[in-house]
Write a new protein. Sequence first.
Length: 135
Amino acid sequence: MSKKNITIHKTVHYHQVDQMGVMHHAQYVYALEQSRIEWLLNQGVSYGDLEKKGILLPVVDINIQYKKPLHFEDAYFVHATLNELNGYYVDFSYVIENQEKKSIASATTRLVFVDAQSRRAMKCPDFLLKVFHSQ
């Protein structure tokens, strides 16, 4: 399987900072999610369409290492990479950099394929396997 990467550009908004003027730690989770959605779109897959087909991808594991703070109006980049596809789950890794290309945080997530109707884990559908394994 090839490792596919995508980079998204974001800016810290006022509502995302805490009382200390630092981007709140929970906001990083949203940035990771946005990068995964963009990653899928870049592969020609809409997450909304997956849901319409009854395929859900909940996060079952997330790990974030915070290194430096981001502040209001800081620009930053989220680099997302598909690391592993193992039948029932998919793993992504992330590097978040500021506008000076200094590492702000790194993260990993694991998402499990879930049947929307039964709410049970399912194997990755064949059409997605082709997308994930294509060059």
